[in-house]
Unconditional design. Structure first.
Ligand code: NAI
Length: 346
């Protein structure tokens, strides 16, 4: 395996590995280890070029610094990408080679699942590294983080509802939910139990049927979800769904959901505020999953530690939205400053 350093100003270390036997081409980006070893999942995607993969790894690694710090975890920010098509290129050998790559960083980076990487894939990597989490077997195995992510999103959504709708009670409120995947479906469960009405969209017919049957969800076409008249829009599919065209259609008072990097760009935070829509910052709201993974990394088997940290996400959301309302600064900027202050204090 050939491992070489890449130059990336503002990042502690970015490394590229190529292994001709398994076909591995992978980048690990360490944005910051100020708070502890960097932790963040591995994404497998058929990037068009090494440059595109590097840009994605850098963006995601930085995001993890902010997410981990906002969740008060003793972990820094890092992320890895594998340049491959998950459906056709993935082999046990490829994932094992990735495990050897992670091991070569000697614990400065912990990997886990992300888009295109399953628990089985991480188990293959873990045969060659002790710095992999999100496993299903082992004394501290944390398994699928999605239910914990959904729990955190639900708690933070209630806090956002208190600020944006005047009450945390979601009974009778309408939630326009985009994406009925691992997190979205668990979120439906919480919302349904709370008495909320769900309008949902997905591109997967099986998920649509499940949401209709279990949660009495009203289903709309994927493109129609933005224009629904609802109290809250919950993006739980892909990133950048809060964009200039989607904001123009939104007919809600609050945006709070699980997706990473919801705002297509920084200006979208301002556009939401201009429209009187309250935005609950994504990396605070969706921190439940990394909290669950962190318990495994930090070898904590006490579930009350996870529950306490997830509860704290709601408190952090409350502080951010309160400060935003007091100062007029947009919530996403208040959240960034909150993390910048944590990092600057070290
Ligand atoms: P997933 O892949 O299980 O679910 C995504 C769902 O979105 C799928 O059902 C898919 O069919 C649907 N979808 C894709 N394009 C769509 C479109 N245009 N319109 C409507 N639906 C569409 O992913 P998962 O794990 O549920 O994650 C959802 C989001 O939350 C992602 O952005 C992920 O990065 C983020 N996230 C997930 C965490 C976790 O614990 N799984 C933790 C933190 C963030």
């Amino acid at each position: 395996m050939i491992i070489k350093e890449l130059d990336a100003p503002g990042y502690e270390r970015v490394v590229y590995a190529e292994d001709s036997t398994s076909g591995l081409k992978s980048i690990i980006a360490l944005h910051s280890t100020k708070l502890g070893p960097a932790a963040g999942g591995c994404r497998m995607f058929k990037y068009d070029s090494l440059e595109a993969a590097t840009i994605d790894a850098l963006r995601l690694a930085r995001g993890m610094t902010y997410k981990n710090a906002a969740a008060s975890l003793p972990l820094g920010g890092g992320k890895s990408v594998i340049i491959a098509e998950p459906k056709t290129d993935k082999t046990p050998e490829l994932m094992q080679a990735f495990g050897r790559f992670v091991e070569a960083l000697q614990g400065s980076y912990y990997t886990a699942e992300d888009v295109g990487i399953s628990v089985e894939d991480i188990a293959e990597a873990a045969k060659f590294t002790s710095f992999a989490a999100g496993l299903t077997d082992g004394p501290y195995a944390s398994g699928d983080p999605s239910p914990v992510t959904a729990k955190g999103v639900f708690l933070c959504m209630k806090v956002a509802a208190e600020h944006g709708l005047g009450s945390p009670d979601l009974n009778g409120k309408t939630i326009a939910l985009q994406g009925l995947g691992h997190v979205g479906m668990h979120l439906c469960h919480y919302l349904h139990d709370a008495g909320a009405k769900i309008i949902a969209a997905d591109i997967n017919p099986m998920a649509i049927n499940e949401a209709k049957e279990r949660f009495n969800a009203t289903i709309v076409e994927p493109d129609a979800i933005y224009a629904q008249s609802a109290d809250i829009f919950a993006p739980c599919a892909m990133g950048a769904s809060v964009s200039v065209p989607s904001i123009a259609q939104l007919n809600v008072k609050v945006v709070a959901g699980a997706a990473n990097n919801q705002l297509a760009d920084d200006n979208c935070g301002r556009l939401l505020a201009d429209k009187g829509i309250l935005y609950a910052p994504d990396y605070v709201v969706n921190g439940g999953g990394i909290i669950n993974v962190a318990a495994e990394i930090l070898k904590i088997s006490d579930q009350s530690w996870v529950n306490g940290k997830v509860k704290q996400l709601g408190e952090t959301t409350d502080q951010i939205l309160r400060k935003s309302s007091d100062t007029g600064e947009f919530p996403h900027r208040v959240a960034d400053r909150h993390v910048d202050d944590i990092l600057a204090a070290i």
